[in-house]
Design a protein around this ligand. Structure first.
Ligand code: SF4
Ligand code: SF4
Ligand code: SF4
Ligand code: FES
Length: 954
């Protein structure tokens, strides 16, 4: 038998194996974090490495790779394959170099005749039970087994193939993105360990013993198992056993471009691997600051939407929304739009138009959109989708700490001892952070979950929350106050920290407020439904358990007291001294990939980039002198004001950049009425979305695979987005905007996206030293990036708060006006699911719909029984705003009195029923509390038929 491809040259140069992405070397075992150095001799060369490093890694880092199969540097060593044996002076036998740590003075030999023979023998056994189809195997050229056979010099297999073997082991092709071909498995356990150690799902096991050992996903197959399709096992597999379907279909990639995921606010870095111009697979980069080699199903696999047939690639216009769309040239579309906007302004005044920036787009694209509005429209009527998600974060954290952003990097959670997770569901919505969190919990950190719903982290494989404060929706502030009450009244505050770092007068006022009996757990129990004793225990744990970190999501912000709650969490962190070092902090888990960036770039009507108020003369003058235009000192309209004023006739035209407000914003009917009332709605997006149904102009946008720029993730990390291909619509999105500004009479021109970043940096203190050149050199940067922190700031407020002294703010609990009533006795709350993303425009156009084809309503058995509702039945959900229909799913995740759904599908349109209530400070809608009633939908046949029809079509 002859084996194909001899990678000896590549291997001896330390480049192979390349399984973890083209160009990323694999040193076999993780890097040691020890500061102590150890010196030894490997093959006669003196080598110095940190104590705790394996011999394998020490050799590899010094240009001397040792053969391996079961080891990979993203996993703890396992020592099962016996390929990596070495000889050590003074030691008997041939220890495995992956499991043997270096020692001072050790003398190691990695290449001897004895070792060669042993390795060849081991390899011979592997190959004697492996199909000989290297030429036609999809993994040809990216198979460590093949590589190692070459490296050990295997030329023949003496045993033949007549004995017992696994060559007829079945294939599992159930997963839409990868196949499992059992006959190629060498039972190295890397997939099982990846699922366990990296992803934390524990979906895989090795079943059977000895020769009968085999990898099992449990259940029938991968699709029916606990597997969440993160792909960590596929990445870890050294053979063609676990292989991406895209590689099987398209062939092995030949080049790579590093870029950033365009889904959630984790901001994972990927090596996009291409074959010619075709994207074959996305491999999470080990050098990615946010993800360090991991990903979720969306980022790794769900990129097909970018080339989906539904994408619109030509600009289109129409006089009325009842007319057919007409494809036109870019010039015609832009001139038409500019003329219409100018006509509206001439007739109704400068303030009659505005725009919305996109948190899915790059910083550079967002910056030019808000510049278009301020400079070419001549007003400050710009807002962003952060209005409907994390605007309270900006308000709350800037008030208390002085910065509108999270305090930590994601890595920091690895140093947390107690994690307080409020209104967030990271394993679904921020999966790569969820995996980090689970890893820390498995190491012994404690978790307190505050959520009306029993999320996976409350109890799942090897993870159990210490406390689940299962509160009534709308009572977050009562709970945070009660936690603080216990800490204050039981003398658990960190007085030293407060004296040194905080405004002591404000603290004294706050302490008197928080100690009031109305904030006691006993009173709050009645409001929230959480037992007082549970609150007390959780508070004591947070205050005394070591490094306490707070992570939160939209379950905090999307409430009428969203801003109050953010300040309540900041109070708690300051009171316990949990700010300004690793392992602590207050951290929003941001929704959209670039929602942090859209806020940073000046997308709010009252702020220019870097959160500087438009009323600040000095700031305005800086922009005015560079942009050569007057900027209004008064804040413009927020999204809700624009919509209200559209209905009253004063606001007549809008530029909606990459948002689907007709699906994502609350009270859909109101949004649609407002859009219908406008003379000009311009949508720039990939697909005809719900909002585009009300548009007169459609500008086709670019997918993240075509963009050149940056995204900023939830850790303030600025990541490069690099184009893999030319824009399919013919123009970069910033070019479209610049042309529109020019056509409106404000000349705007850039040669490339790097120039836009240079302008951002020149005008935004927190971005002062940022440039594409620096980003390309260092990988990523967490703002502030300035002279004091030239390579960024992973942890904020280390030596003092940005605002000077930390400010405690009194946070009285004010119950929302949205209450359950006799007519609407249940409280509906909303969230996300792993496989779908936001309004689903992208993920619904991928195989991710395999897992979630429709939004369902989770309802407690008692509530279902009372209403005669069975599992899977269609139900009508009615609020005082509207009605929608979904299938019911009877679930113990929600308590009686609470129902839950997601909002990924336009057909179910959860926002048809959400109300007009919003955060008192920022207008962030109260998505998380809607009083509803549920009834079987069969009685309202018309609506249920609609659901069926659409589901069938989908
Ligand atoms: S894809 Fe992820 S979750 Fe599924 S088995 Fe592999 S590692 Fe586990
Ligand atoms: S599937 Fe791949 S990673 Fe898993 S045991 Fe088999 S060869 Fe190893
Ligand atoms: S965790 Fe978020 S950023 Fe990372 S791959 Fe998944 S969707 Fe993309
Ligand atoms: S690589 Fe060391 S035993 Fe497998």
């Amino acid at each position: 038998m002859t084996l194909l491809s001899d990678p000896q040259d590549m291997f001896t140069q330390g480049l192979a194996p390349i399984r973890n992405g083209i160009g990323e070397p694999d040193y076999g075992t993780p890097k040691s974090k020890s500061e102590q150095q150890v010196t030894l001799l490997i093959d006669g060369a003196e080598v110095t490495v940190p104590a705790g490093t394996s011999i394998m890694r020490a050799a590899g880092e010094n240009g001397c790779s040792i053969p391996k199969l079961c080891a990979t540097d993203s996993l703890e060593p396992f020592g099962s394959c016996r390929m990596c044996l070495v000889e050590i002076d003074g030691r008997k036998g041939t220890p495995a170099s992956c499991t043997t740590p270096v020692e001072d003075g050790m003398v190691v030999r990695t290449q001897t005749a004895k070792l060669s023979k042993l390795r060849r023998n081991v390899m011979e056994l592997y190959i004697s039970d492996h199909p000989l189809e290297c030429l036609t195997c999809a993994a040809n050229g990216d198979c460590e087994l093949q590589d190692m056979a070459g490296v050990v010099g295997l030329r023949d297999v003496r045993y033949g193939y007549d004995g017992e073997n696994h060559l007829d082991a079945p294939k599992d092709q159930s997963n839409p993105y990868f196949d499992f071909e059992g006959s190629k498995c060498i039972v190295c356990n890397r997939c099982v360990r990846a699922c366990d150690q990296i992803q934390g799902t524990l979906a895989l096991t090795i079943e059977g013993r000895g020769f009968n050992s085999k990898v099992s996903p449990g259940g029938l197959n991968f699709l029916s198992s606990e597997c969440v399709s993160c792909g960590a096992c596929v990445q870890a597999c050294p053979t063609g056993t676990l292989e991406e379907k895209s590689v099987i279909q398209l062939g092995m990639p030949t080049r790579t471009v590093q870029t950033t995921c365009a889904y959630c606010g984790v901001g994972c870095t990927f090596n996009a691997e291409l074959r010619g111009d075709e994207l074959v697979r996305m491999v999470p980069a080990k050098t990615g600051g946010a993800n360090e080699g991991h990903s979720c199903v969306k980022g790794r696999f769900a990129f097909g939407y970018a080339t989906h047939k539904d994408r619109v690639l030509s600009p289109m216009i129409r006089e009325k929304i009842t007319d057919e769309w007409q494809e036109v040239s870019w010039d015609e579309a832009i001139n038409y739009t500019a003329t219409k906007f100018k006509e509206i302004q001439a007739k109704y005044g400068d303030n009659s138009i505005g725009g919305i920036t996109s948190s899915r787009c790059t910083n550079e694209e967002i910056f030019v959109v808000q510049k278009l509005i301020r400079a070419a429209f001549g007003n400050n009527n710009v807002d962003t989708c952060a209005r409907v998600c994390h605007s309270p974060t900006g308000f709350g954290l800037s008030t208390t700490f002085g910065t509108s952003a999270g305090t930590q990097d994601f890595k920091s959670v690895g140093k947390s001892d107690v994690i307080l997770l409020i209104g967030a569901n990271p394993t679904d919505a921020h999966p790569v952070f969820g995996s980090r969190l689970k890893r820390r919990l498995r190491q012994g950190a404690k978790l307190i979950v505050v959520d009306p719903r029993k999320i996976d982290l409350v109890e799942s494989a090897r993870v159990k929350a210490e406390h689940h404060l299962q509160l009534q929706p709308g009572t977050n502030v009562a709970i945070i106050n009660a936690l603080a009450h216990v800490i204050v009244t039981e003398g658990l505050v960190d007085s030293e920290f407060i004296k040194e770092r905080c405004d002591v007068e404000a603290f004294d006022r706050w302490m008197k407020f928080i100690a009031l009996p109305e904030n006691s757990p006993e009173v709050v129990q009645a409001q929230s439904g959480v037992p007082a004793d549970e609150i007390r225990q959780a508070a004591r744990l947070f205050a005394t358990g070591g490094n306490g970190a707070i992570y939160y999501g939209l379950g905090v912000t999307e409430h009428s007291q969203g801003s109050t709650m953010v300040m309540g969490m900041a109070n708690l962190a300051m009171a316990t001294g949990n700010i300004g070092r690793e392992g602590v902090g207050v951290n929003p888990l941001r929704g959209q990939n670039n929602v942090q960036g859209s806020c940073d770039m000046g997308s709010f009507p009252h702020e220019l980039s870097g959160y500087r108020h438009v009323s600040d003369d000095a700031v305005r003058e800086q922009f005015e002198s560079v942009w050569d235009v007057k900027i209004l000192p008064e804040p413009g309209m927020r999204i809700p004001n624009m919509l209200d004023n559209a209905i009253s006739g004063e606001f007549r035209g809008i530029f909606v950049h990459g948002e689907d407000i007709a699906q994502s914003d609350p009270n859909t009917n109101h949004v649609k009425a407002a859009l219908s009332a406008m003379d000009l709605v311009v949508v720039q997006d990939l697909f005809i979305n719900e909002t585009a149904n009300f548009a007169h102009v459609f500008f086709p946008g670019t997918s993240f695979l075509e963009k050149d720029g940056t995204f900023t993730n939830a850790e303030r990390r600025i990541n490069r987005v690099r184009p893999l291909m030319a824009p399919k619509n013919g123009l970069q999105e910033w070019e479209i905007v610049a042309k529109l500004a020019t056509a409106m009479g404000y000349p705007m021109h850039y040669d490339n996206a790097a120039q836009i970043m240079d302008e951002i940096a020149a005008m935004t203190p927190t971005f002062k030293n940022v440039s594409f050149e620096l980003l390309d050199r260092v990988g990523s940067l967490q703002w502030p990036v300035n002279d004091a922190a030239p390579e960024g700031t992973p942890i904020m407020h280390m030596n003092g708060f940005v605002r000077g002294k930390g400010l405690f703010v009194e946070t009285p609990f004010v119950p929302t006006e949205e209450r359950s009533t006799r007519k609407f006795p249940l409280l509906l709350t909303t969230g996300r699911i792993l496989s779908q993303y936001n309004v689903g425009a992208q993920t619904r156009r991928t195989a991710n719909s395999t897992w979630h084809q429709e939004d369902v309503l989770e309802i407690h058995e008692a509530d279902a029984q009372m209403r005669g509702i069975s599992d899977g039945q269609k139900v009508a959900i009615t609020s005082r705003i509207g009605e929608t229909i979904m299938r019911a799913q009877i679930s113990d995740r929600v308590p009686a009195g609470v129902v839950y759904t997601t909002f990924h599908h336009p057909i179910s349109g959860a926002n048809v029923i959400t109300t007009e209530y919003s955060d008192w400070a920022t207008n962030c809608p109260e998505y998380k509390v809607t009083a509803v009633e549920i009834r079987p939908a069969d009685s309202s046949a018309g609506s249920s038929n609609t659901l069926d029809a659409v589901l069938m079509k989908a």
